[in-house]
Design a protein around this ligand. Structure first.
Ligand SMILES: Nc1ncnc2c1ncn2[C@@H]1O[C@H](COP(=O)(O)OP(=O)(O)OP(=O)(O)O)[C@@H](O)[C@H]1O
Length: 249
């Protein structure tokens, strides 16, 4: 059996009286896009924050490619190959899309001042290619502030890919985007991830997106994984219909 790309063992974290991670053990297989669903406050974002090192668990471990990364600072975990994209794109809005990618590359290993000589960075062609891959080449020289939300989301994904991750953790990648555009954005995203051989885990509230774009689904409830299965198995499950969806998809 192949070793998991990322594995968590018995993660625990409390915030006051709330147990946001209650003995979470989960393994993520390389090449299989996993959606995380669950009611508000179930601990989905907390799980992503623990995996990226932003929150340190009071017990348990995170292993990436078999190595215990639990004590490492977030920047070291990024360098190991775990990237993160947020519900609200974290971009420098006055800079162009291409500059945002170049800043990410420059900041990746802190070898260069991220705001100096951006256009002399040798990875410039690779970054242009990444923008083409997410269908945003036309945005390369436009300030991010001028871009529509859907394009900002895709540029944000390209920034994450600029870090050359093997695993990308995303919080609601299509939130804030018009529903007519959501599937197109997911299609571009999934294709770009496949081309770069990046496995993804994404938290999602839109069950239509889960059904069409996830290969596996994990259901969170009260700080732990309640169920795991294929999208069809999960979306048809009576507990999921009752606790998460409210109606059949
Ligand atoms: N830094 C924090 N300080 C205090 N409480 C927190 C903190 N982060 C999360 N919590 C609490 O932990 C619980 C889990 O939060 P989390 O954001 O992980 O849930 P979620 O499943 O992502 O929810 P949503 O779907 O609403 O985003 C919630 O009760 C939340 O209020």
């Amino acid at each position: 059996m192949t070793a998991p790309l990322l594995e968590t063992r018995n993660l625990v974290i409390r915030f006051g009286g709330v147990i946001a991670a209650n003995d979470v053990s989960l393994s993520i297989t390389a090449g299989r896009n996993l959606a995380i669903i669950g009611p508000n406050g179930a601990g989905k974002t907390t799980f992503l924050n623990i995996c990226t090192g932003w929150i340190k668990p009071s017990a348990g471990q995170v292993l990436f490619e078999g190595e215990d990364v639990t004590p490492l600072p977030p920047r070291r975990i990024v360098q190991k190959g775990v990237a993160r994209a947020f519900q609200i794109p974290q971009l420098f809005t006055e800079h162009t899309a291409l500059e945002n990618l170049l800043i990410a590359v420059a900041a990746r290993d802190r070898l260069r001042n991220p705001f100096m000589n951006l256009h002399r960075i040798p990875e410039r062609d690779e970054m242009m290619h990444l923008l083409e891959m997410v269908k945003c080449a036309d945005a390369a020289h436009r300030p991010v502030v001028e871009l529509p939300e859907g394009q900002r989301k895709l540029v944000d994904i390209a920034v994450a890919l600029a870090l050359r991750p093997r695993l990308l953790l995303m919080d609601e990648p299509t939130s804030g985007v018009a529903s007519s555009e959501k599937h197109r954005i997911m299609e571009i995203l999934v294709e770009a991830l496949a081309e770069r051989k990046v496995t993804s885990v994404f938290v999602e509230h839109d069950m239509g997106i889960v059904e069409r774009h996830a290969e596996e689904v994990a259901v969170w409830n009260a700080g732990n994984v309640q169920l795991r299965g294929t999208p069809r198995e999960i979306l048809d499950h009576p507990d999921v219909i009752r606790d998460v969806i409210g109606e059949a998809v």
